[in-house]
Design a protein around this ligand. Structure first.
Ligand code: SF4
Length: 394
């Protein structure tokens, strides 16, 4: 049975044995999405997400900026052109990273169950590099206190965490003033985090994370969780948390009662989320995320929301009933309330579709509506899923 005919995972993902702040946020947003993405689907160890080339290109640029933001942050945001900035570029593997990411993605796209000759990244690694450099230059605010000659005032960092106990960490922090990439696990809860930086500001301890994008509550929440990890590991409570963006820093004070409240919440949340993920399928939480959810074709609870949202931005998500035998350029189908739809495609696309017979229910993702939604074009990147009636994942 092909991937597009499978109605449910062939092996369901288990809940994580240890949680990160990101996994908690992802699972809270929609347990089903997390579970379906990480489950086995036939030959695929995970759901084979097939993002649009534009989304992949955006992701390559985003990940490169994220690496560079962290590397610059660790060095105190040095000015352009100095040795510290050059070292940050090297640490982030910034320039070579583009060619490698493009090559890796081309390989993944080719291995996807519905490869199409036209479905390849069309933007070169060089163009993506230029795009990332422009974005970085537009946002980056160097720290003028960092010397151009490599005497970075904040470059007293050292990687720490694995193997160091709490007393060691306190001593290291007192000696060095700042530690980077501190990996910590909560002593009682299955929760870990890698703290980008822990630094002393006078007598107080500050936890810093390097971020790209806009400030968000999610960033603040993650930092409080990291402050809790430091407190439990060392018995020294941080008093400040900061998210350092390319264009500036957002800081908040944090108290031990904040840390205790976060710990109480984790104690309650983690078993609840674990229980949700043991259901098969896990609970669906329809939201604005459904529109871009990669597993929406396999989720009845979120499908109609995704279909409606797709209409707003002119994309073609549609649930259809095949009404005529498929021909090299398409077939007739009916949509809700019996509306007749001509489904059209290039002849080169026909061999890429799953087997279709009259009466088969399908969900089409990322087609293109034409002629006032009486014609739906199946493009090279469009996916067509078989739907059993009724679907088992309702
Ligand atoms: S479609 Fe919506 S509800 Fe369904 S799994 Fe995706 S995000 Fe969750």
């Amino acid at each position: 049975m092909s991937f597009y005919e499978l109605q449910a995972p062939t092996a369901w993902a288990e809940p994580p044995s240890i949680w990160s702040s990101t996994s908690i946020d992802d699972i809270e947003a929609c347990p089903r999405r997390w579970q379906l993405l990480r489950s086995r689907w036939g030959d695929f160890a995970r759901f084979p997400v097939r993002p649009h080339p534009a989304a992949i290109e955006g992701q390559i640029v985003h990940e490169a900026l994220d690496r560079l933001t962290r590397a610059c942050g660790q060095r105190g945001n040095p000015p352009f052109g100095g040795p510290e900035f050059a070292a940050a570029l090297k640490d982030a593997d910034f320039f070579p990273g583009f060619a490698r990411a493009v090559a890796e993605w081309q390989k993944r796209l080719t291995a996807h169950p519905r490869p199409g000759p036209a479905f390849r990244l069309r933007t070169s690694a060089e163009d993506l590099t230029n795009r990332a450099v422009r974005l970085f230059r537009a946002q980056y605010k160097p720290n003028s206190h960092v010397s151009l000659h490599g005497q970075a005032s904040q470059h007293a960092f050292a990687a720490a965490g694995d193997g160091a106990d709490g007393a060691d960490l306190n001593v290291l922090l007192a000696q060095r003033g700042a530690l980077s990439e501190v990996k910590l696990t909560h002593p009682e809860l299955p929760f870990l985090g890698v703290l980008d930086r822990v630094q002393l500001s006078g007598d107080s301890i500050e936890i810093v994370d390097f971020k790209i994008g806009k400030p968000s509550e999610k960033h603040r929440r993650q930092l409080v969780r990291y402050a809790l990890l430091w407190w439990r590991a060392t018995r020294a409570a941080p008093t400040r948390i900061s998210a350092q963006y390319l264009h500036g820093t957002e800081s908040w004070s944090v108290s031990t009662s904040d840390l205790l409240a976060t710990e109480r919440a984790l104690r309650l949340e983690l078993p609840l989320l674990q229980g949700m993920l043991r259901e098969r399928p896990a609970r669906a939480m329809p939201s604005d995320l459904c529109r871009s959810c990669a597993v929406r074709a396999r989720c009845d609870a979120g499908w109609h929301r995704a279909e409606e949202a797709a209409l707003v931005d002119g994309q073609g998500d549609a649930e259809l009933l095949v009404a005529s035998p498929p021909q090299p350029h398409g077939f007739m189908a009916s949509a809700d309330a019996g509306r007749s739809i001509a489904v059209v495609h290039a002849s080169s696309v026909a061999p890429l579709l799953p087997a279709l017979t009259v009466g088969q229910r399908i969900r089409v993702l990322d087609g293109g509506w034409q002629e006032k939604r009486t014609r739906l074009e199946i493009k090279p990147w469009t996916e067509v899923y078989h739907i059993a009636s009724p679907s088992p994942s309702a």
